[in-house]
Design a binder for this molecule. Structure first.
Ligand SMILES: [Zn+2]
Ligand SMILES: [Zn+2]
Length: 250
């Protein structure tokens, strides 16, 4: 397997020579759309998040308050995701992260801009990888997504504010609590008190453990208002049935 930019370079060459096929279903994408990596049927199949909790957008339980965002630090004001992590969105994330398709970051940013209202202000801060992991992959998919979204929304991106100091082990932990214990202290932030609102950017939101840990580091660094935007979100139902499988790995 060729990591990072090597794979991306091969991919560009292949796309120059061959017509595109959709990363989600494999059908040929219309030749007059040379930059399209996802066919219109798969785009249509991606389901946006609608309604739900006003703070975290998660579907509300039949009775009582939202439990998904209950353990969040109070400075983490809101989280939005464009679409549910159904097979089509899952294929986009997989190709973006592991198959050398960095150009899919722009597709994901376009979906976010389509379904999520642009915040009035804020600095976009991608969830960092450890230096080792970023070197191996050749890029950080969350940083690519933040830059693509920053262009669309006209908001600044800061890739140095938040640093990942350790991996936090495998994210295959069984429960949200175990995942949080696993990833706690994985991030450090430099002084963020001057920034009015930080918007954390990531590809997928699963249990929220990564988001809580990153927000906690930003709050420690003096930031008092944090929001979060991801391209996709694991549905609560899927999270239950896949709790013991590979789940979402960075
Ligand atoms: Zn398709
Ligand atoms: Zn909530």
């Amino acid at each position: 397997m060729i990591p990072g930019y090597g794979a991306a370079l091969l991919r560009s060459l292949e796309r120059f020579l061959l017509p595109n096929s959709c990363v989600a279903c494999g059908r040929l994408v219309d030749r007059h759309l040379p930059d399209e990596l996802v066919c219109s049927l798969c785009r249509w199949r991606m389901k946006p998040l609608i309604g739900g909790c006003r703070r975290c957008s998660q579907p509300l339980p039949p009775v009582g308050p939202c439990r998904f965002c209950a353990p969040w630090p109070e400075e983490l004001l809101w989280a939005r995701s464009a679409v549910w992590l159904d097979p089509e969105a899952k294929a986009v994330v997989h190709h973006l992260k592991y198959r050398g398709y960095p150009a899919l970051a722009d597709f994901a940013a376009a979906m976010i801009a389509r379904y999520i209202a642009r915040p009035e202000a804020g600095v976009l801060v991608p969830i960092p990888l450890t230096a080792t992991k970023e070197r191996r992959r050749g890029y950080n998919q969350a940083a690519l997504l933040a830059r693509a979204l920053g262009k669309r929304w006209g908001l600044p991106v800061d890739q140095t504010l938040l640093v990942r100091v350790r991996e936090g082990g495998s994210q295959t932990a069984l429960t949200p609590e175990a995942r949080l214990a696993n990833i706690k202290d994985a991030f450090r932030a430099r002084s963020a008190s001057a920034v009015e609102l930080i918007i954390i950017i990531d590809d997928v939101l699963t249990t929220g453990a990564t988001l809580i840990a990153a927000a906690a580091a930003l709050v420690d660094a003096g930031c008092s208002r944090v929001g979060a935007v991801t391209f996709a979100r694991t549905s609560p139902f899927e999270r239950r049935i896949s709790a013991q499988s590979s789940e979402h790995q960075r």
